[in-house]
Write a new protein. Structure first.
Length: 638
């Protein structure tokens, strides 16, 4: 059985392989300060004033055990460089000062979102430490807490379970990761974010994206989360029947999710087939055989440039024999991706051989060494026609580590799908990032006391919880709101203002929605920049429409005033056009037309209306002018 192309997969195909997926969504909160210190949040800069070097080491859990991910990161022997800007980082982030109390503003936003999800809210906040040995947090751990559990959101004919909502501090921004040196910028470090964890309730890749979009809109409807590149990041958990949970980290855009999850399902499907093929060849965990030898001298005269250059620089080459693996490194795992990439990724991440290609193998001899060179290597390692050779090169330590990882990953193939955290790639495939973390990475934080959440506090927060956006959309459908306005209005900070305009002030719904959403976008596009339209100014604008002191044609000029930063009030509006002013504008426009040659006489009324509206500059409704012109035309018609 082969895996169908992405465009041909159906819901029944995904059901047949037992596709399951859940989301872990990290969303930055719109706070003034960071989570555990008082540095400003949201100030990004590529400039820095100092650099700090750190080496990370794993620590024992409370049960006296090491987390597998921490041990893997320690094997990489990375040196971590932190680039620090004094305006965004203090000694807390560098683990030289104890944390401040949890940011109250961040906590209230997290509680509000938890109530929006319908979570059971905790009555006491307990801070825990979560180990991160990749260097993304200088302390080696992230402070995190759970604020709510067991919520749900509606989706199609069922509900998606929200397993938990967490509140935690963000990590650094990675600048580069080459060989044994990883560089981070610290401006993002410590910013408050929430982590929304769903159950694996999604049954197809498209469902994963749709649920992700629902969750995105829900949190945005509060108006209290950050937007823009990097403000939200999705981790996607995927498994199929017989496979295991694999986490795809850092998916930057929701539209990328379907192809990424399809490829992971395909990968697990093909790795299970690879396991079965190995078992048919009598290769299991118990019978697996491999060995490695240094072959630098045998390749001194090679013309394959990566190896030739490495040897010329004093590096070594290691060759790994995989017994009975002939042809299997060309086994397709993801779209146009093969099992050899699984091995190459391990070598890249753990042995830090980041320059590609970092391995070559005898299943593709024409692309690498000469056939005669492969024959020499096969003879040196006593390989048979049923075996595969994998070559890796680098300094002594890295090449030896790389050879070890080649054997480890090949042996894992006899089990099927290893539990891993994988990295989302631009082409829709994914690559190895690290071993999937376990519970041993978590332990209580001893620097911060528990924080009580009272019923009175939750009651105050619940009063601020917005109506879910999907309920807004149902109402907008009844009102006949334009399709291009419904979605952005439903999650807009102006949604409550719109409701007041329609229900309390009797402003025409379409006009109110266009004034709040469509026209501001038009102004921003014309100015070529982001524009802030304060809520109090938009309220004044809608009240002016209610009082009929502002015409539809006057909305855009009023918004331009607001965009310029000037205070907008109803009192600042020019008076509506009087009858005398209309007659004066009409006569003036008729005089212009009488002196103008109009090639298409049937367009005369349109030209006349344009002249009048331009002269009165939004002080009269367009339909009023059109009616007056039509009546005048009827009077003079023979």
């Amino acid at each position: 059985m082969t895996f169908k192309p992405f465009s041909e997969m159906t819901d029944s195909d995904y059901a047949a392989i037992g596709f399951k997926s859940g989301l872990e969504i990290h969303q930055q909160l719109l706070t003034e300060k960071k989570l555990f210190c008082r540095c400003p949040a949201g100030l990004y800069s590529d400039s820095f004033n100092a650099e700090i070097l750190r080496h990370m080491r794993p620590t024992l859990s409370e049960l006296g055990e090491y987390d597998g991910t921490a041990l893997m990161e320690f094997k990489t022997k990375k040196e971590i460089i932190y680039q620090i800007n004094h305006s965004t980082v203090c000694t807390y982030e560098m683990d030289d000062t104890p944390p401040f109390e949890l940011n109250d503003q961040a906590l209230d936003i997290a509680l509000e979102i938890g109530l929006l999800y319908g979570c059971n809210m905790v009555d006491e906040i307990h801070i825990a430490r979560k180990q991160y040995l990749d260097g993304s947090i200088p302390t080696g751990f992230q402070r995190t807490t759970i604020v709510g559990v067991q919520g749900s959101i509606p989706y199609k004919d069922r509900k998606i379970t929200i397993v938990q909502l967490g509140l935690e501090e963000d990590a650094c921004r990675e600048v580069s990761d080459v060989e044994h040196r990883r560089v981070y910028l610290t401006d993002r470090l410590g910013m408050p974010l929430i982590e929304t964890v769903t159950a694996p309730d999604m049954r197809t890749p498209q469902e994963v994206a749709e649920v992700g979009d629902i969750l995105r809109k829900l949190v945005r409807s509060t108006g209290k989360v950050r937007t823009g590149p990097g403000a939200a990041r999705q981790d996607v958990n995927v498994s199929i029947t017989g496979g295991t949970r694999v986490e795809i980290k850092g998916v930057p855009r929701i539209p990328n999710i379907p192809l990424l999850t399809y490829n992971e399902a395909m990968r697990q499907f093909n790795l299970l087939r690879l396991r079965d093929e190995l078992h048919q060849r009598d290769i299991t965990m118990d019978t697996f055989e491999s060995r490695a030898e240094e072959v630098t001298k045998l390749l001194r005269k090679t013309h394959y440039m990566p190896v030739k250059n490495a040897i010329a620089e004093g590096m070594m080459a290691q060759c790994v024999l995989l017994k009975g693996f002939k042809g299997l490194l060309r086994w397709e795992t993801q779209t146009d991706t093969y099992f050899s990439r699984e091995i190459s990724d391990r070598v890249r991440v753990i042995a830090c051989l980041t320059t590609l290609p970092n391995i070559i193998h005898s299943d593709s001899p024409s692309e690498t060494l000469a056939s005669s060179e492969w024959r020499v290597l096969k003879k040196a390692l006593s390989a048979t026609e049923d075996d595969t050779l994998v070559l890796v090169w680098g300094n002594t330590i890295d090449a030896t580590s790389g050879a070890s990882e080649i054997a480890v990953r090949a042996k894992e193939a006899t089990l099927g799908v290893p539990s891993e955290t994988r990295q989302a790639l631009r082409d829709g495939t994914n690559g190895f990032e690290r071993i999937l973390p376990g519970p041993d990475r978590m332990y209580p934080d001893t620097d911060l006391p528990p924080r009580r959440i009272t019923r009175e506090h939750l009651k105050d927060i619940s009063a601020k919880v917005p109506r879910p956006f999907y309920e807004n959309i149902r109402w907008y459908n009844e009102l006949g709101i334009p399709n291009d306005v419904k979605d952005p209005l439903s999650i807009s900070p102006y949604s409550a203002l719109f409701e007041s305009a329609v229900k309390r002030w009797n402003v025409q719904p379409t006009l109110a929605s266009v004034a709040l959403i469509q026209f501001p976008k038009r102004i921003a596009r014309a100015l070529g920049r982001c524009v802030t339209f304060p809520a109090h100014s938009m309220k004044e604008l809608l009240l002016a429409l209610k009082d009929h002191t502002l015409t539809r044609e006057g909305i855009l000029p009023a918004l331009r005033e607001i965009a310029s930063g000037r205070e907008f009030t109803r009192d600042s509006l020019p008076p509506l056009c009087s009858e005398e002013e209309f007659v004066e504008a009409l006569n003036k426009s008729l005089s212009v037309i009488s002196r103008t040659k109009i090639r298409r006489p049937e367009k005369k009324s349109e030209v006349l209306m344009g002249l009048i509206m331009n002269d009165l500059r939004g002080r009269i409704e367009g339909h009023v002018v059109a009616t007056r012109i039509a009546s005048i035309s009827a009077e003079v018609r023979p």
